[in-house]
Design a protein around this ligand. Structure first.
Ligand code: F6R
Length: 617
């Protein structure tokens, strides 16, 4: 799980690459490096005297930037990489780019070469010398082996040799002004501009230079010069592909005045949720053409199967409750990583839904492929246009939350929940399981959800004060029932991933079957308990843990005076209909995790051991 950026053009590119890597740090951040074709500007077209200069550093891009400033090297063709270690420790030697024996070919790579051990042995026997512990290092040596004067040809041979995944970019001192890229299962895009072109793992890396993009697909290779982009298919045939324009501006990919991306993204939720409704809720009417399902197909739907990981899995839990309640369609859910290894059943009139904010999660991708093999129709819900999941699915519903840079999913989560509500309602209407008047009431409520989220955000200071009073506790139990259970699970996940404090999410009724043994004076129990059909039940659960000396923090509905008798801290959320509380209750929990983590001095945007797109198993 790494980030790649590459440049070819007329400008010196050292800083272009480093700035691009900074925007990709969310993909990995344990070491980084760049390689430049020195002299390529002066000797365009002639390899004589051209050499590759490499700068690599352990740690964040800042370390690389400091080192690069010191060194008086530059060039107008280069590659850069930010790493998240899979094979070999995060050290300077293991950082990319890697070189062949001659030092004339440099490679960056994002992914895993599964057969690298075997290839390495083979290459060693042939006399190649390895210096790192990485799987990637086989790539420059393989390129060296197959090089016959054409680096693209060598790359195409390499793709046939390797097993696994990867976005690969190579430069060679023999080919100044040329980038060669390839892709198997890891994202790679081309950024197109005047007299310069780019390759990158993701758009923010080059958004300040261009808004024109082309996506590279699996098993394709690409040769890029400053004024030409040539894409080749698996068999080496030239492919014509239209570029597309994105309208994300660079400001929306940066912090916009907030201390951290995570906080900025939490505050962007009213916008993300509203944008996600756009086009799907027009004048009080639901439109879901993008599902690509005829009315007849929806009417005949017998089962929905949702798969996802992490936070997106919590969206799946909400989706199950909503679709079953409103549309009366049975919903099965699975962790993507489980689905692919069991023997799931795909039936007729079955819909397979994959939820993934990044659109690149390898387990979700593998589950989709498995379901496809079994004949399922795939609907993807993702935030990233052109992502692998989006391209491999039969239809895609995009959440329009905008780029999420913080590793922690926040605004993509509420946008996903909104899709679940809209989809559940759409199915319910088509299947006539919900009356027009009830549907209208829900729609009216959905339309004001962004304002209600804003109302919660306006009181962020109250949450900051509760975090201030509780951040020294060592155990946090988040409890909820029915519609508040996914929020409890998500609240616990948020807290543990950014604060590194032990936290559990639990169905409130299950507390007495085990977790209640954990409660003592060092425990905070966070009760998600809006006024709904199970409110009285969870109120009893709160009293049980209160009796065992836990501190109680309750998320309650405005006007609820009763809970205050038992809770040490309360936070009020606006009233809504029972099924919609999940999209509101999660917001104070995101803020709570954020403020606790800040108190503890954590890096909330880049929590340890985590990355934004989990592209390795
Ligand atoms: C938590 C988080 C992860 C992701 C998970 C799935 O804040 O971000 O748990 O939800 O890695 O990622 P996607 O949704 O990209 O498939």
């Amino acid at each position: 799980m790494c980030g790649i950026v590459a440049y070819v053009g007329n400008r010196n590119c050292k800083n272009i690459l480093i700035n691009g890597l900074k925007r990709l740090e969310y993909r990995g951040y344990d070491s980084a490096g760049i390689a430049l074709l020195q002299g390529a500007d002066r000797k365009a077209g002639s390899p004589t005297n051209i050499e590759i200069s490499i700068i690599k550093e352990e740690g964040k891009i800042r370390a690389l930037e400091r080192e690069a400033k010191e060194l008086k090297i530059d060039g107008n063709c280069g590659i850069g990489h930010t790493r998240w270690a899979t094979h070999g420790e995060p050290t300077q030697t293991n950082a990319h780019p890697h070189l062949d024996c001659s030092g004339r070919i440099a490679v960056v790579h994002n992914g895993i070469i599964e057969n690298y051990a075997e290839l390495r042995e083979e290459l060693k026997k042939e006399g190649h010398k390895f210096i790192s512990e990485t799987d990637t290092e086989v790539l420059p040596h393989l390129l060296e082996k197959y090089y016959n004067g054409d680096l693209l040809f060598a790359m195409q041979k390499v793709l046939k040799k390797i097993k696994g995944s990867g976005a690969i970019v190579a430069i060679s001192a023999e080919h100044p002004g040329e980038l060669i890229g390839a892709r198997i299962a890891s994202p790679l895009i081309v950024g197109i501009s005047k007299n310069e072109n780019f390759l990158a793992s993701d758009m923010p890396a080059v958004l300040e230079h261009t808004r024109n993009f082309v996506v590279i697909n699996d098993f394709e290779t690409v040769r890029i010069t400053k004024d030409k982009v040539e894409i080749f298919g698996k068999e080496g045939k030239l492919i014509e592909r239209e570029s597309f324009k994105v309208n994300w501006n660079i400001a929306s990919a940066e912090k916009g005045g907030y201390e951290d991306f995570m906080l900025k993204e939490i505050f962007e939720q009213p916008y993300g949720v509203k944008e996600t409704m756009r086009g799907r809720l027009i004048d009080g009417k639901l439109n879901f053409d993008e599902l690509n399902l005829s009315i007849e197909q929806v009417k005949n739907l017998k089962k929905v199967h949702i798969i996802a990981c992490g936070t997106s899995y919590h969206t799946a839990l909400i989706g199950k409750q909503i679709i079953e309640k409103w549309a009366k369609i049975p919903v099965e859910i699975d962790f993507s990583s489980e689905y692919r290894y069991r023997d799931p059943i795909v039936e007729d009139n079955y819909l397979f839904v994959a939820i993934t904010q990044s659109g690149e999660t390898i387990d979700t991708l593998a589950a989709i492929r498995e379901a496809k093999l079994k004949g399922a129709k795939i609907v993807a819900i993702t935030n990233v246009v052109g992502s692998t999941v989006a391209r491999e699915s039969d239809s895609v519903i995009y959440t329009h939350a905008g780029p999420e840079i913080g590793v922690c999913a926040t605004k993509t989560f509420t946008a996903q929940i909104m899709v679940m509500y809209l989809m559940g309602l759409y199915f319910a209407r088509v299947k006539e399981h919900i009356s027009q008047s009830k549907c209208q009431k829900i729609i009216e409520e959905l339309e004001i959800i962004p304002n209600k989220i804003q109302n919660i955000l306006n009181k962020a200071d109250e949450i900051a004060r509760i975090a201030d009073a509780t951040y020294k506790f060592t155990c946090f139990l988040f409890i909820g029932r029915i519609y508040s259970l996914p929020a409890a699970l998500e609240g616990a996940l948020k807290l543990k991933e950014i604060s590194y404090i032990h936290a559990e999410g639990y169905p409130a009724g299950e507390m007495k079957h085990g977790p209640i043994a954990l409660t003592d004076t060092k425990t905070v129990v966070v009760g998600i308990m809006p006024i709904d059909s199970v409110y009285e039940k969870i109120l009893s659960n709160i009293q049980e843990v209160k009796a065992r000396k836990a501190a109680i923090f309750s998320i309650i509905t405005e006007g609820d005076e009763n809970t205050k008798k038992y809770a040490d801290y309360v936070f009020h959320i606006p009233k809504t209909i029972e099924e919609l509380y999940a999209i509101l209750t999660i917001v104070p929990l995101q803020l709570y995790s954020y403020y606790i983590a800040k108190h503890l001095g954590r890096n909330v945007d880049q929590p340890r051991n985590l990355a934004k797109s989990v592209t390795v198993e």
